[in-house]
Ligand binder design. Sequence first.
Ligand code: NG1
Ligand code: ZN
Length: 530
Amino acid sequence: MDLDAVTKQSALHAKPDGLTLQYGTAGFRTKAEHLDHVMFRMGLLAVLRSKQTKATIGVMVTASHNPEEDNGVKLVDPLGEMLAPSWEEHATCLANAEEPDLPRVLVDIGEKAAVNLHQDAFVVIGRDTRPSSEKLSQSVIDGVTVLGGQFHDYGLLTTPQLHYMVYCRNTSGQYGKATTEGYYQKLSTAFVELTKQAFCSGDDQRTLKVDCANGIGALKLREMKHYFSQGLSVQLFNDGTKGKLNHLCGADFVKSHQKPPQGIEMKSNERCCSFDGDADRIVYYYHGADGQFHLVDGDKIAALISSFLKEPLLEIGDSLSLGVVQTAYANGSSTRYLEEVMKVPVCCTKTGVKHLHHKAQEFDIGVYFEANGHGTVLFSKAAEMKIKQLAKELEEDDKKRKAAKMLENVIDLFNQATGDAISDMLVIEAILALKGLTVQQWDALYADLPNRQLKVKVADRQVISTTDAERQAVKPPGLQEAINELVKKYRLSRAFVRPSGTEDIVRVYAEADSQENADSLAYEVSLAVF
Ligand code: NG1
Ligand code: ZN
């Protein structure tokens, strides 16, 4: 490592005094103006990680659903997963090192992680549409090049596309071609194949309105929609030409406010969906004939997908295990439906996709979704091989073969690296078409328990610590007892608190038998947090 060069370059990306940041649930996130040094340093770290894993590493510049003024960065590991936890610590150390200590911290990380410095390094970079993203991704590149790493800058990409690129590059192209064209081809071929047998009930059924949160999803969906236009016509709203990123629109807005985004015309019973700012989350919704807004969130997506998958899995009769992974934010009704009606095992993990992703890998087929619409379905290598074999070997008209063929396309359609709004949208649309289901029928799988999420500002959110997949507070003393007392006052109730990993707030969640009760329980719990 040419540490003198690092010092010199770093002076051009100097760390502001007194700023400490933590690599949180989704990397670093804060106001864009505070991130230049972090970007440069994550370029350095990506080179070390690439040398250590002897693989291509991804760097994504985005702050997802945060306001336009924010930005963020996260590293993507070789198989398209989130950065390993021990490296999150290295990332935090490196980002917070004072200028003169930077070379020493770099050497330390190299030693601790046993990095072979003679190994080549390759880093791929993607960014969202924020005004600050282009310059910040240039700072990442400065970090990569000063350590002699090679790189490919993809420019504008959705977060899941960057994960896909990393995965493709590290599996010698077996997963797909590491280009946007390759991504569009792979997904749309699977979608078209899958929907071939769908019964067609008129044009209305095949039209979908998409709120793109004024983000990168609009650009990429516009590029892609021609590939699958025979099967589905998408109409883009909030495409970034007028509104501000994530402002009064997008999946996070719709989910947390439980109301439609601005900038979309909704007629009654029309199927609509929203992406978030970097297109890794999706939620559906519609206006009922009664004029009421109905949200169809990540939990219901998981329910639709698992019930769809059960049939062909039963048909191929290979006793592949199917499981669903949720977080504490999953609506109580969804968990009950999955366990009691669908008879599918359900696990609960801590918030943050890395936890869900990891747990889902324990099943042959692991369905994971956060209530906010971030999720995908993972197929184990063994399951994939079995399915592919059956699809190839059996007679043309064998029912088993048809089921296997269908599953084969489902595997291709799901992004195996991470939750992906575009891929999930195509899966959902395919299922609805194949099953002849309307969005109302899908919504009617079960009735959500009324719920409320609140954000509470506190002096130090880290005074709260939790256990049992964040469902119980262990600190500060007395808080959990207070929550228990409040929960007892309501029927079908549940509540918990946890410090956010992406914002400087504490999140409160409550559900109960009526909206009024869910609202007051959430409010009362938020008072107990102070
Ligand atoms: P935090 O801020 O830690 O609650 C939020 C979401 C997560 C995940 C991350 C990353 C909720 C309650 N939390 O995390 O599910 O998506 O952002 O984007 O929605
Ligand atoms: Zn996102």
